[in-house]
Design a protein around this ligand. Structure first.
Ligand code: ASP
Length: 472
């Protein structure tokens, strides 16, 4: 078995991806449709288990790395500058995503000549939470609410979190560290609150920062807590890497399911839409992120893309940037040399609010709709589509197909009728997974590019790691 582990992880995940595509196609071509679907559904369970495993570490990982990060920074003011730079970069990159998306929509005219006659209308009522609503909810939601509501998942997660805290504390005591007991008490209690808030990553981010800043103000008294968190965050990252050993199998299963059930035939119906989305996504990643890393940061961009390949492949197969988050944090800190302070704060925020792929996609689909139904667009409509697409991308959750159901908000800009909106959503929905996979890769890559940039600006990057090691 040793030979298997000697192969670099990203190569093994890539192998899983390639074999998954081949297997999915083979099954769908050689077996009867029902039997093929049944087999692929069964195979997909391996992928679902993989996703469930990474999801389990999301909350402890954000909590531990973020608190450790705040404590390592040592100065709440520095956190403020990191926050401002992060938000600025997130907005700036989304702006370019908008431009690229709209250009693709104009260039390829994906909606011209499509026949929506057979589409089954899908009513969409979901509304994107506004930016300010999310910010306000972040600070005003009671983190204990869900806990006391007795949600069994929350209770289980809390138990896992407290268990990790205790095991780590006991081990650190054995390793001869001084007085971790007070830290353990603090952490266990606070872990309860954070786990309780598991429904909303933004609440976890906010609570962790507040907790970290409080400990900073404790000064010398808080020193054992700092030591504890530094140790604990390393351990949780270790657990993430452990779970990543499942990635080749999980990715294989998920991709086989996609390839076998949503294969190439379906792709032809939305051919130009798919071309516009895929090309737009590649251009955005190459030009904007590649450009930032190469010309803005003067770092080798090949190493950047190589370093986050695991995260990209997991994003591609799961279509969920929040499920991918632990892998992104692990890749960015281990392979790109970004400090825990920056990776732990910038990436969780990015996974919830920075979705360049989504913004790019929504712009293209808006133009697709206008072209398909013959809505006349004035230049100001383009600007409005761009702004609404950006706002919706901020409000969308990092889960599969999240943004398709928020499309109505963007289409309102040029008064698309509810019937037309329902038709477009109904038309795209069966193919959305293939488009979703690609935009999720961009969403995750954008977070990594911004984290790298902020780290470089703040002197929080180990360039030797970035330049030499790349993908483990
Ligand atoms: N699936 C995307 C993500 O998780 C969100 C979207 O639907 O655009 O990043």
């Amino acid at each position: 078995m040793a030979w298997w582990f000697e192969i670099k992880l990203w190569k093994r995940v890539f192998l899983g991806l390639a074999l998954g595509v081949a297997f999915g196609f083979a099954v769908s071509q050689t077996m009867a449709p029902e039997a093929a679907a049944a087999l692929l559904d069964r195979v997909k369970i391996v992928g679902d288990v993989f996703i469930a495993m990474i999801r389990l570490v999301i909350i402890p990982l954000i909590f531990m790395t973020l608190v450790a990060g705040v404590l390592a920074l040592g100065d709440p003011a520095k956190l403020g500058t990191i926050g401002l730079k992060t938000i600025f970069l997130y907005l700036a990159t989304t702006f370019f995503a908008n431009i690229i998306g709209l250009s693709m929509g104009v260039l390829f005219r994906p909606g011209a000549n499509v026949d929506l006659g057979d589409a089954e209308p899908r009513l969409v009522t979901a509304e994107a939470a506004g930016f300010w609503d999310r910010i306000v909810a972040m600070a005003t939601k009671n983190p204990f609410e869900q806990f006391f509501a007795g949600n069994p998942m929350t209770l289980a997660l809390t138990a896992v979190l407290v268990a990790i805290a205790i095991i780590v504390a006991v081990r650190s005591t054995r390793a001869g560290e001084k007085k971790p007991a007070s830290g353990v008490l603090f952490v266990s209690l606070f872990a309860l609150g954070v786990a309780a808030a598991s429904g909303d990553i933004l609440v976890v981010i906010f609570s962790s920062i507040v907790f970290g800043v409080v400990v900073l103000f404790l000064g010398a008294t808080g020193a054992p807590v700092s030591r504890f968190f530094s140790y604990a965050s390393d351990k949780v990252l270790g657990v993430t890497q452990w779970i990543m050993e499942l990635a080749p199998f999980g990715v294989f299963a998920l991709i086989a399911w996609v390839a076998g059930t949503k294969g190439l035939e379906t792709f032809t119906a939305v051919f130009w839409l798919a071309v516009a989305v895929y090309l737009g996504c590649f251009l955005h990643m190459g030009l904007i992120y590649g450009g930032i890393v190469k010309f803005g940061l003067r770092l080798p961009f090949i190493n950047f893309f190589r370093g986050i390949l695991d995260a990209q492949m997991v994003a591609y197969s799961t279509s969920s940037s929040s499920a991918t988050l632990p892998v992104t944090i692990s890749n960015v800190s281990k392979n790109l040399g970004v400090s825990k302070s920056v990776a732990g704060s910038v990436l969780p925020l990015g996974a919830t609010i920075n979705m360049d792929g989504t913004a790019l996609y929504l712009g293209i689909v808006a133009l697709f709709t206008a072209q398909a139904f013959g809505y006349q667009l004035e230049p100001y409509h383009f600007a409005l589509i761009a702004v609404t697409a950006a706002l919706v991308s901020i409000g969308a959750a990092g889960i599969p197909s999240a943004s398709l159901f928020l499309l109505a908000t963007v289409l309102e800009v040029f008064d698309v009728t509810p019937e037309h909106t329902a038709l477009v959503v109904g038309f795209i929905f069966p193919f959305d997974r293939l488009l979703d996979m690609m935009r999720t890769v961009v969403n995750v890559t954008g977070d990594a590019a911004v984290a790298t940039t902020v780290a470089k600006w703040e002197g929080e990057i180990d360039e030797e790691v970035f330049r030499s090691k790349a993908a483990q």
